[in-house]
Ligand binder design. Structure first.
Ligand code: NDP
Length: 329
């Protein structure tokens, strides 16, 4: 957008070699650790759909800012009040912005250490999307054995984690995807049934599979284009969680839409679950246990050099990717 790609290319051509690359590919100084912060030398940077909302203006940001909300690397500086970390610690983190860089100053509130056998790529793949998925199935709607759960974009980054987690919790997962290739990936990750919405009617198929009852929970990160289908596929007394806007923001709705089946509706964000160090450690502790014990398979779609970030965003928004996209600084 607005010349970012060209500015970045121009900068690379000029081979400016001081500091790090900031907004529009311009060099900025290496950040200093403020109070309660550590500086992380990023080895892997996670791309998330929210980065595209912040880039395009769906979510307003004050400019200039550095994109990126997730990364993993080694601690190179420890600020005042961040003494639980030391230089050399291997960590993953979630931040408000700033991870598309070689070095990022991060508030320790959402920094977690990585076990020695967990790679930086795994850390940067799981901290944001994994916490989003885990809080959703443990708190947003507490998935129980025998539940029917519909997961949209089931082969996506969050989608694959949701499929695995719901299956581990004993639920029957129905996934939706746009291609047969993605259908196979969703199945490998725990979806019992997969509906290819490019040539199948999702509501009809869900009714057929659930014998007309619909799903106990519908987990919808697609947003605008799937809203009505999600409503139709949620069973009486069921829960609809709308957690993203990949196809656009869901337009304002009347709460009466929930009354035909006494539905519960939730629109979560990760941050209110991990707003304090204690809350972060609670959820990260549970997720880390799954990760350390090898209970989560992390599918990395592709790792792009940082200068190919434009292509990475195109692949994510163009529905080309499945699983996680990473940047390498
Ligand atoms: P994904 O890897 O899931 O990519 C998005 C997928 O959505 C696509 O691959 C595509 O799958 C599907 N899709 C359907 N319609 C469209 C469309 N019109 N344009 C683009 N994609 C479409 O992304 P993420 O895993 O990064 O994120 C998934 C969702 O979760 C996003 O909405 C994101 O904002 C949300 N999210 C919310 C969080 C929260 O705290 N609430 C935190 C993290 C993520 P297919 O081809 O199969 O249709």
């Amino acid at each position: 957008a607005f010349g970012f790609e060209n500015a970045y290319k121009a900068l690379k051509t000029l081979r400016l070699d001081y500091g790090i690359l900031g907004p529009f590919g311009l060099p900025v100084p290496i950040p200093k650790a403020g109070k309660g912060q550590v500086v992380v030398k990023n080895h892997a940077i996670g791309i998330n759909y929210i980065d595209t909302y912040q880039r395009s203006g769906v979510y307003k940001m004050s400019l200039p800012f550095i994109l990126g909300r997730e990364g993993a690397g080694e601690v190179v500086e420890v600020g005042e009040g961040a003494g639980e970390f030391k230089v050399g610690d291997r960590v993953a983190y979630r931040e408000g912005s700033g991870s598309y860089a070689e070095y990022t100053a991060v508030d320790i509130a959402s920094v977690g250490t990585l076990a020695p056998h967990i790679t930086y790529d795994q850390g940067a793949s799981v901290i944001l999307q994994g916490l989003t998925a885990w809080t959703m199935v443990r708190s947003g709607y507490e998935v129980k054995a025998g539940d029917w759960v519909l997961v949209h974009a089931a082969a996506g980054g969050v989608g694959l984690l949701l499929c695995q987690m719901c299956k581990q919790l004993g639920a029957h997962v129905i996934g939706t995807v746009s291609t047969d290739e993605k259908a196979a990936i969703a199945k490998e990750n725990g979806a019992e049934y997969v509906i290819n919405y490019s040539h199948e009617n999702v509501t009809e198929k869900v009714n057929e599979i659930t014998k007309g009852l619909g799903c106990h929970a519908v987990l919808d990160g697609v947003g605008k284009s799937t809203w009505q289908t999600s409503l139709d596929c949620t069973r009486r007394l069921g829960t609809l969680i709308s957690f993203g806007n990949a196809s656009g923001v869901v337009p304002p709705i009347s709460i009466m839409a929930l009354s035909d089946k006494n539905l519960k509706l939730m629109r979560p964000r990760l941050f209110p679950y991990v707003d304090t160090r204690a809350n972060f450690l609670h959820w990260w502790g549970e997720l880390k246990e799954l990760l350390d014990q090898g209970k989560l398979k992390l599918k990395i779609f592709k790792t792009y050099p940082l200068e190919e970030v434009v292509q990475a965003h195109k692949d994510l928004e163009g529905r080309v990717s499945s699983g996680k996209l990473l940047l390498r600084p």
